[in-house]
Design a protein around this ligand. Structure first.
Ligand code: 5GP
Ligand code: MG
Length: 192
């Protein structure tokens, strides 16, 4: 697997450090916006909706830094089937966990990468229809391209160059998710 790596963009250490500060920011903001820690409402709960599978490692690491009462309802969206590295339409699947009515709920939607923005747009449109009290959005990576940089988003862990990356949950043909760092692949491995 290591022989397929071209270069490392973000080390495991860099990711861990950034997650510490990001988590603090999220806790402060969300408590202020939602009153989640209000002792008058001790049962207020944050609804975390991770978009699987790319955000799996990010979410696991982030939620353990968020000392808030929460429920986690994974959903899935696929825009890069198999070995394709260009968007080919999006399939959303909310499973049976994401409630069809989100009234009274504070939602934090978490995805791996903001690229063209079509995935987050499709998911936020659908979640907004379900009427959450608040909806915050968070991504691990945002690509430095116009469509991504102009997309409205609450939290971004890292801005990265507009290149195809894998590792830390991100795949190429369902592989490389277990790499602890975020890397690019040699061109002969991933043909864009
Ligand atoms: P968007 O809908 O914003 O164009 O794309 C977002 C989705 O495309 C991400 O959730 C991710 O699944 C996939 N994607 C975009 N860029 C990359 C990339 O560089 N590497 C990988 N592995 N997936 C990507
Ligand atoms: Mg995705």
């Amino acid at each position: 697997m290591d022989a397929d790596i071209e270069r490392t963009l973000l080390s495991a250490d860099q990711i861990a450090k950034r997650l510490d500060s990001l988590a603090q920011q999220i806790v402060t903001d969300i408590e202020a916006a939602t009153g989640l820690s209000d002792p008058e409402h001790p049962h207020n709960t944050l609804t975390i909706i991770p978009i699987m599978t790319g955000s799996i490692i990010f979410v696991a690491d982030l939620v353990r830094r968020l000392p808030l009462r929460m429920r986690i309802y994974p959903m899935s969206a696929s825009s890069y089937p198999g070995t394709a590295t260009t968007t080919q339409g999006i399939t959303l699947s909310f499973g049976d966990r994401v409630p069809s009515e989100l009234g009274g709920q504070h939602v934090l939607l978490i995805d791996d990468i903001l690229d063209s923005g079509s995935t987050l747009r499709a998911v936020t449109d659908e979640l907004n229809k379900r009427g959450p009290d608040t909806l915050h959005t968070c991504v691990l990576l945002r690509k430095q391209r116009d469509q991504a940089m102009s997309f409205p988003i609450d939290y971004v862990a890292f801005d990265i160059p507009d290149e195809f990356v894998v590792g830390y949950g991100l795949d190429y043909d369902d592989q490389y998710r277990n790499l602890p760092e975020i890397v690019t692949l040699k061109p002969e491995i991933a043909q864009g």
